[in-house]
Design a protein around this ligand. Structure first.
Ligand code: PLP
Length: 450
């Protein structure tokens, strides 16, 4: 890279997330300069389809002027105020009201945070606070799932069930436990039907609860469809088997809707798609199309009442972020939700998702692929490193790099390549995306003689 270029200065000064630092020093970054619709452009002017909507999040694409205008209006009127100690402002009130109204099951209150990690972290603190308020201080254990992704703070990284987020960080913390990942192909026993596998996942959960002691287990966290763990769509009957176990032992259910929320699965929420009845929901990403950071935690009356009830009071709810309910972020989220309704983005998703899923499954017919998984506008193809006797992740990395070279940004999660484009993507753009993906896979196959 040229001295003084953005690429060279990036390598010199910036430490990146989820990046191998030494490899970054050699290869440098892809610097994105601008965006429009489903496209982003790098500093050389090369155009890419953003097949991941950034980080599963830019629902309305990269050039929505109305979101910029909403931010500017709010910046000029009231650029900042907080929501501590009985203070409030219109954007946070309106957004809280809107989210409670949109929730697929009755919810009482919205609490604002700035990232998915913070929303999940806050959920854990609220659950612990509630257990204390109820006089059940022993009820603090939380169960999530192997391969679930819930964030990177100390508590939310503990919920996350991926080795990369635990190894070298001395995590998970001891109150967080993990149950079976519901991935049928890799986790089912030989000859086990999908329905039997789903029932066994629920049995595994129940056994863990009984082993730990039901009186010590406070909550279960799960994404309706697992995202960063490899886009793992639950097997038939999974949620129908899991939810009664939670109800039987009076364990709170927290649905992490950070990826699924606001249309990704073809419904307003993943909970709607799967008939989930969560007590708490965490929301972020598509809430504001990620134009500004904002996240929210919705809680039902069962969670809220003991926290608010004076007879249980254990002091002020001593928690909050400077940016909680930030007026500019909240104004952008409100405008984002308004645009989604006005343009019937959900209707559009329902119209184009079958084509997206058909092209995803066609890509997975390549001999290098072992499985396609997906629902709505979320999908992934898993490739087999064994074909090349590469180390795990190497083939996914090569295919991902070939796609990027052709002008498609996807995401490799080891040997799984994920696709999660902006919800506004057209059928033609879906075709362009998968044409590039197919060409990239063919090229890697040819190079390696498969
Ligand atoms: N929960 C889910 C399901 C996610 O996919 C993510 C991020 O990808 C998070 C939580 C964490 O969100 P953030 O990166 O905003 O902290």
């Amino acid at each position: 890279h040229l001295p003084n270029s953005l690429e060279a200065r990036d390598v010199a000064y910036q430490l990146h997330s989820y990046t191998d630092a030494r490899r970054h020093e050699e290869a440098g970054p892809l610097v994105i300069e601008r965006g429009e619709g489903v496209y982003v452009y790098d500093t050389s002017g090369k155009r890419y389809i953003e097949g991941m909507a950034g980080l599963w999040s830019v629902a309305l694409g990269f050039g929505e002027k109305r979101l910029a205008a909403a931010a500017a209006r709010q910046m000029e009127k009231l650029p900042y105020y907080h929501t501590f100690a009985h203070k409030s402002h219109a954007p946070s009130v309106e957004l809280a009201e809107k989210l409670v109204a949109m929730a697929p099951v009755p919810m009482s209150k919205a609490y604002f945070t700035n990232s998915g990690s913070e929303a999940n972290d806050t959920a854990i603190k609220m659950i612990w606070y509630r257990s204390n308020a109820l006089g059940q201080p022993e009820r603090k254990k939380i169960i999530s799932r192997v391969k679930g992704y819930h964030g990177v703070t100390i508590a939310s990284a503990s919920l996350t069930g991926l080795p990369n987020n635990h190894r070298s960080f001395d995590l998970p913390i001891d109150k967080v436990l993990h149950t079976t990942c519901p991935h049928y192909r890799t986790m089912a026993r030989p000859g086990e039907s999908e329905a039997d596998f789903a029932r066994r996942c629920a049995q595994d959960l129940e056994e863990l609860i009984l082993k730990e002691g039901p009186e010590t287990v406070a909550a279960f966290f799960a994404e309706p469809v697992m995202g960063a763990g490899g886009v793992i769509v639950p097997p038939q009957g999974y949620w129908e088997a899991i939810q009664p176990v939670l109800k039987k032992y009076d364990i709170l259910f927290v649905a992490d809707e950070v990826i699924c929320g606001f249309g990704r699965t073809g419904d307003a929420f993943g909970s709607t798609t799967y008939g989930l009845e969560p007590d708490m929901m965490t929301l972020s990403k598509q809430l504001s199309s990620s134009y500004l950071p904002i996240s929210a935690l919705l809680v039902n009356e069962k969670v809220y009442a003991p926290i608010a009830d004076e007879s249980h009071a254990i002091g002020t709810w001593g928690h909050g972020f400077t940016g909680s309910g930030h007026p500019v972020a909240a104004a952008v989220a409100l405008e984002n939700l308004k645009i989604m309704e006005e343009r019937d983005v959900l209707g559009h998703v329902r119209q184009v998702a079958p084509h997206f899923q058909a092209r995803l499954r066609a890509l997975a017919r390549h001999p290098l692929a072992v499985e396609a998984r997906g629902i709505g506008m979320l999908g992934a193809v898993e490739f087999s490193h064994e074909m090349l006797r590469d180390k795990p992740g190497a083939l996914g990395g090569r295919i991902f790099a070939a796609m990027q070279e052709k002008g498609l940004i996807a995401r490799n999660l080891y040997d799984t390549v994920a696709f999660c484009p902006p919800l506004i993507i057209s059928e033609d753009e879906i075709d362009a995306m998968f044409d590039m993906a197919e060409a990239a896979v063919a090229e890697v196959a040819k190079e390696t003689g498969v």
